[in-house]
Design a protein around this ligand. Sequence first.
Ligand SMILES: *[C@@H]1O[C@H](CO)[C@@H](O)[C@H](O)[C@H]1NC(C)=O
Ligand SMILES: *[C@@H]1O[C@H](CO)[C@@H](O)[C@H](O)[C@H]1NC(C)=O
Ligand SMILES: *[C@@H]1O[C@H](CO)[C@@H](O)[C@H](O)[C@H]1NC(C)=O
Ligand SMILES: *[C@@H]1O[C@H](CO)[C@@H](O)[C@H](O)[C@H]1NC(C)=O
Ligand SMILES: *[C@@H]1O[C@H](CO)[C@@H](O)[C@H](O)[C@H]1NC(C)=O
Ligand SMILES: *[C@@H]1O[C@H](CO)[C@@H](O)[C@H](O)[C@H]1NC(C)=O
Length: 490
Amino acid sequence: MINQYRNIVKSLILLSVIGFICLNLYFYWKDTVPIVYAKLKDINETTRNLSPSTPYPKKRRKSMECPSELWNQVHTDIVPNEDLHLDWIQKNISRRDNIMESQIRLLTAFVYPDHISITTTSQRSFGQNVSCMYYDCLREEIENSRYESVFFPMNVIRCPRRIGAKYVSIGLEENGNGPKTQEPIPMIYRNFETPPHQISVCVGPIYGLENRWLQVAEFIEHYKLIGVRHFYFTIFNINEYGRKILDEYQRTGEIELTVIQSEYQNVDWQFHLLQINECHQRSKHHSKWVINVDIDERLVILDPKIKSVLELLNGYNDTVGEVGFAIRRIQKTGQLPEKYESEEQILSEMEFLKYNVSSPVTWGAYKTIYRPEKIAAMYYHWAYQRYPGTVAEYVKSDVALIRHYRTTESNILGSGWLSDPNYASFSIVPIEDPKFGEKLAKAVLEKIKYVYDQRDLNCEEIAEVPYQEYKEFGHDIFNCRFRNETGDKR
Ligand SMILES: *[C@@H]1O[C@H](CO)[C@@H](O)[C@H](O)[C@H]1NC(C)=O
Ligand SMILES: *[C@@H]1O[C@H](CO)[C@@H](O)[C@H](O)[C@H]1NC(C)=O
Ligand SMILES: *[C@@H]1O[C@H](CO)[C@@H](O)[C@H](O)[C@H]1NC(C)=O
Ligand SMILES: *[C@@H]1O[C@H](CO)[C@@H](O)[C@H](O)[C@H]1NC(C)=O
Ligand SMILES: *[C@@H]1O[C@H](CO)[C@@H](O)[C@H](O)[C@H]1NC(C)=O
Ligand SMILES: *[C@@H]1O[C@H](CO)[C@@H](O)[C@H](O)[C@H]1NC(C)=O
């Protein structure tokens, strides 16, 4: 009896194992069969190999050459909230025309579960008609896939999904000659049901002649200490020395970089909204909350019971789309250092250690942390338009605020703030939490030294074999110095 029972159980287990394997094989087959990587270079050869009696339709052959990915089997007919967008366009809500003759260059594109966003470098297209265009893995346009959409907000085009689309572009009607298009760009994957990051920072654009290397490290390490693990940076321009620190944080996977290249030689504060809007689209479905601040702004938590930004935001329910923070401006009277020199230099040049002459707390130009999916259009500081059913909340300034190390130079936007009555009664405000300060200084120093404390190659380090092998071309071909020439003891 027991043996029979055992055999039945064994057979059942065997059957289910076989079934499981078959299912797996089926799905494996289902996933892999269409992935026929034809030799793309020689189309004639591929065509020749096909039997003439079964001529493949052109479209079918193309899709055979592209992998058919499960996540990319989505077709949608509409752009979510499009009627609302059209209504807001009619009413000019969030409209801001800044640079009227700029080229409309494709910048980035993102694919979400139910739509696609494309961003451009133009600040003059609000509400304009534009076609979404879709391309397969071979950058060939997918037949009958175009969609008539509009720019909303400023430099953003929203499009429905198309099966197998890997690249997108836009078509702009010009004098009835049919749409003029441009080189398609890849869609960045944002097809997440739950965002992989709880909180990230959209960092204001980097531009100008001041050297940013130390400021970037101080900024990132500061936010890491309050629980942030991901950053979206945008470069208008930066010198090679400053770029090294960004490359370093990109290496560790902590930052994403958007680089804006336009036809203008100088891209500066007048282009700031490009970053705001691009970062909004970039963070959708990727980060639940986004801190919208500039590189000289640091969120500080004053309530000692609260250890991280997420803890601070925990109390807000799903209707809250935006949380505002008051600002304390601190006079940044000097320039950031040009190059790394020493530990002492770093300890005296970090903004949070160097500057403490502060304005009173104000709500004048408050900044927000927002939920990217709940916002339709962002403005510099806060949401221009939230979707219906969402509200904004404000954090008391004794719980948390934003310290803004604002330059006192006079040739900048908003200069003259020193004599503005909202800010004018200055006092010295020491850093709120010396322990936090110590941790921050240590983290910045470590990172800066890792990237910038670099040395010469000593000739003594070169192994005998390559040295003898190449010495015949002369010692000078080696980029190295003998220790007796440098006095370097390392
Ligand atoms: C493919 O075949 C056509 C017609 O035979 C010929 O004109 C063309 O040059 C060939 N292309 C290549 C890449 O060999
Ligand atoms: C919207 O803005 C445009 C350009 O400034 C203007 O021509 C138009 O009259 C405005 N429409 C409304 C409804 O305000
Ligand atoms: C834009 O498209 C809409 C809807 O298709 C159409 O009614 C409108 O006339 C178009 N506007 C322009 C300026 O072509
Ligand atoms: C959610 O939060 C908002 C704003 O804080 C509040 O007005 C609303 O009552 C809350 N809703 C629920 C269901 O708790
Ligand atoms: C304010 O900053 C100055 C200059 O860095 C420093 O000498 C001074 O000790 C600081 N004062 C306080 C109260 O932190
Ligand atoms: C330093 O040492 C190298 C290798 O031992 C030697 O060839 C060179 O002449 C020395 N230079 C000086 C300035 O002493």
